[in-house]
Structures are given as C-alpha cells and as structure tokens.
Design a protein around this ligand. Structure first.
Ligand SMILES: [Zn+2]
Ligand SMILES: [Zn+2]
Length: 170
C-alpha cells in the first residue's frame, strides 16, 4: 500500500491541532491518554475514521489537501472524540451521548456527526457515453460490465445502445 503524500506543513498542522485537543481533553478528564497514530490511508468519500483498538486516526489525504485547516478543525476533534470515548467508556454507540459529551463538554466543539466537504474528487469516477440524442454518465461498475461484454445499456429516450465517448481531458 503506497502512502499518499501530504505536504509537511499540512501534516504539522494536523499534529498541532491534535495535540492541542488531546492536551485539553487530558486536562479536563484528569487523564494521560497518549497521542494517537495518525496516517493518511482513509479511502473513498469518508473524511476520516478512528481505529479504536489501534489508537489510530486515518485521514483522507485528498479531502485534507482540498480543505486544509477547515478539514483539520472538523475531522480531528471528531475522530479523537471517538478514541477518547472508547478509552473512557468502552464500546458504546458511535455518536451517542458519550461522544456528544466528549465533543461539547470536553473538546468544546459542536457535536456534528457529518462533514460537508465537496466530494467530487473522491466520489466514484464516471464514464461518458453517447447515444443519438444525449450524453450519459455510467458508473465504473456499469462501465466495466460493458467492457467485459456482459451487458448493453440503452437510452430510454431514443432506444439506442450507449457507446463510450473518448475520454475527456479535464
Ligand atoms: Zn464519527
Ligand atoms: Zn438517446
């Protein structure tokens, strides 16, 4: 598995925000929870995830690069709170009352369960097809079925079989 490259300044900003939040939590909880492992292996359209038993936070490198400090401020407390809740309460509902308490009372941030980053660049790739009357977009799954000769798709309007368009440069 290759490691996505993150500019060093961005990684440092991640760690700075993480350390400030952890220090605040340790102070308020009178605890000495260690610094989580942070990596950039999160795939797909998910911003980040907390790996409880590994004490690890995985971040989405693409969304981090696109959203910078806004991403850090949203995702780091959210995932850190999952780890802290696990350390303190064990396995409980992921965004339940313990997590909300950790977010609002301990880390002093709004307990938002979801993030609203633009996801265009991490959502599944689509492929352009054409019939007589219009352009169509097929998911990679459908596109692969066409390539393997498993099926054909027809335009509902003109009834013609969809044909791949040459790839777009953008
Ligand atoms: Zn969560
Ligand atoms: Zn058509």
């Amino acid at each position: 598995m290759n490691t996505p490259r993150i500019p060093i300044a961005l990684h440092q900003a991640v760690m700075r925000t993480l350390r400030v939040a952890l220090q605040q939590a340790n102070h308020r909880l009178d605890a000495r929870y260690p610094e989580p492992v942070v990596n950039y292996q999160q795939r797909g359209a998910t911003a980040g995830s907390a790996w409880l038993q590994n004490w690890e936070i995985r971040l989405n490198a693409v969304l981090l690069r696109e959203n910078q400090q806004h991403f850090i401020d949203e995702v780091i407390p959210h995932e850190l709170a999952h780890l802290l809740v696990y350390a303190r309460f064990g396995r409980v509902a992921p965004h339940g009352k313990e997590w909300r308490w950790m977010m609002e009372q301990v880390l002093a941030v709004p307990a938002r369960r979801t993030h609203n980053f633009a996801l265009a660049s991490v959502q599944g790739k689509t492929f352009f097809y054409r019939c007589q009357c219009q352009q169509h977009q097929l998911s990679i799954r459908r596109h692969n079925r066409v390539l393997r000769g498993e099926t054909e798709y027809r335009c509902r309007r003109c009834g013609e079989v969809l044909r791949p368009e040459p790839p777009h440069s953008s």
